[in-house]
Design a protein around this ligand. Structure first.
Ligand code: NAD
Length: 245
């Protein structure tokens, strides 16, 4: 990846987002780190600066249109361009369908799907003018398979596939690619809270017999973010140890 590329990643304070930022920085990108958690976002940027990477921290909630507008104006004021957008910010509010509250449905769809839409719309304007861009949406294997107790989360992650493919078609002629990465079960704070019995059952469904790491996902993102992969668009790249094929 050439040194001048600017990557904007959302949900960076921990887990997959943090690993994605570190992988893109290692590949030579300048970083705009967007997170809701001030401490985690700012400390990551300090870490990047200490290792010589140009980086900017922006505290924002991706589900809020005003916040997203501010993110993109601050990012372009600092760096003048945005080459890579990784829509990683995501939440879950699990519960069985019959007990799922409307506010839990709305909260998950607002962050996971609307947040990606708002960021993509803002980034697409800049990338179209540049005639260059890479947009990567972090979805999930459960968006492909479904999962009991996660109707809201799975709907949001399946929605990202429609967003990915439609935007890929719209932006292709501007040399902007749009792809999705669908991680399987990855060891992060989001999955730490699962009961041991559930973890065991899940492992039984994974041909590789291990959970993934945030670095496994980051490597797939870095691949799709590279200049050399510019003929890949509208695709879903699974990072799931063979759990879903
Ligand atoms: P995580 O909870 O550890 O990290 C999520 C990050 O997003 C946090 O830094 C959080 O502060 C941030 N965030 C949440 N809401 C936000 C908002 N409104 N605005 C800005 N930032 C916000 O989760 P993770 O496991 O690292 O997951 C990252 C992404 O990968 C999510 O989209 C998740 O759905 C997806 N994913 C995770 C797994 C897994 O097994 N961990 C599997 C498939 C997909």
């Amino acid at each position: 990846m050439p040194k001048d590329k600017v990557a904007l990643v959302t949900g960076v304070s921990r887990g997959i987002g943090r690993a994605v930022v570190l992988a893109l920085a290692a590949a030579g990108a300048r970083i705009v780190a967007v997170g809701r958690n001030r401490e985690g976002t700012e400390s990551l940027v300090e870490e990047l600066k200490a290792q010589g990477t140009e980086a900017l921290a922006i505290v924002a909630d991706v589900s809020q249109a005003d916040d997203v507008e501010r993110v993109f104006s601050e990012a372009t004021a600092a760096f003048g361009r945005i080459d890579i957008l990784v829509n990683n910010a995501g939440i879950n509010r699990d519960g069985l369908l019959l007990r799922m509250k409307e506010e839990d449905w709305d909260a998950v769809l607002d962050v996971n799907l609307k947040g990606a839409f708002l960021c993509t719309r803002a980034a697409a304007k800049i990338m179209s003018k540049q005639r260059y861009g890479r947009i990567i949406n972090i979805s999930s294997v459960v968006g492909q398979m479904g999962n009991a107790g996660q109707a809201n989360y799975c709907a949001s992650k399946a929605g990202l596939f429609g967003l990915t493919k439609s935007n890929a078609r719209e932006l292709a002629r501007r040399n902007v690619t749009v792809n999705a990465v669908a991680p399987g079960f990855i060891v992060t704070e989001m999955t730490d809270s699962l009961p041991e019995k559930v973890k065991e059952e899940l492992l039984g469904q994974i041909p590789m017999e291990r959970f993934g790491t945030a670095e496994d996902v980051a490597a797939a993102v870095a691949f799709l973010a590279a200049e050399q992969t510019g003929y890949i668009t509208g695709q879903i790249l699974g990072v799931n140890g063979g759990m879903y094929m």
